[in-house]
Design a protein around this ligand. Structure first.
Ligand SMILES: C[S@@+](CC[C@H](N)C(=O)[O-])C[C@H]1O[C@@H](n2cnc3c(N)ncnc32)[C@H](O)[C@@H]1O
Length: 119
C-alpha cells in the first residue's frame, strides 16, 4: 500500500499531528515502513512511543499484522485508543500505557518489526 492510499481521515490526522511538540513520523519514514510491509513477511509489530497511534494505524491499514504499542503520556494513549477504535483495529492491537523502559522488560513476544521514533 502506498501512503496516498491510506484512509483520508488518517492522512488528515497525520497532517494535524505535525503541528504538535512530538510529531508523528514523517512521510518518508512512513513510506519506508509501508515498503517493509510490502516486501517482508511482517506479522507482528512493536511501536515504542506510539503517541496518538497514527503510525500504528497506518501500519495496521497496510497489513494484517498484530501490533503492540507503548505510550508514556496518558492523553496520547487515550487518543491512540480512540484512533484504534475509530479505524477498527482494536482486535489487532495491544496498547500498554507507561514507560517503555519498564514495559519492555515484561514483554515476552518476538516482533518482526520494531519502530521507535522519538525526539
Ligand atoms: C515523536 S512521538 C512518537 C510519534 C509516533 N511514533 C508516530 O509516528 O506517530 C514520541 C512519543 O514517545 C513517547 N515517549 C517518550 N518517552 C517514552 C517512554 N519512556 N516510554 C513510552 N513512550 C515514551 C512520547 O510521549 C511521545 O508520544
Amino acid at each position: 500500500m502506498k501512503l496516498e492510499e491510506l484512509d483520508k481521515r488518517l492522512l488528515a490526522l497525520r497532517t494535524a499531528a505535525r503541528e504538535v511538540r512530538d510529531p508523528t513520523a514523517a512521510d518518508e519514514t512512513l513510506e519506508y515502513l509501508l515498503h517493509l510491509l510490502e516486501t517482508r513477511e511482517i506479522r507482528s509489530i512493536l511501536e515504542i512511543g506510539a503517541a496518538e497511534g497514527l503510525t500504528s494505524c497506518a501500519l495496521l491499514s497496510a497489513s494484517q499484522a498484530r501490533l503492540t504499542a507503548i505510550e508514556l503520556d496518558s492523553g496520547r494513549a487515550k487518543r491512540a485508543r480512540e484512533h484504534f477504535e475509530e479505524f477498527g483495529f482494536t482486535s489487532r492491537v495491544v496498547l500498554h500505557e507507561g514507560d517503555a523502559g519498564e514495559i519492555l522488560r515484561l514483554l515476552k513476544e518476538e516482533y518482526d518489526l520494531i519502530f521507535l521514533y522519538g525526539t
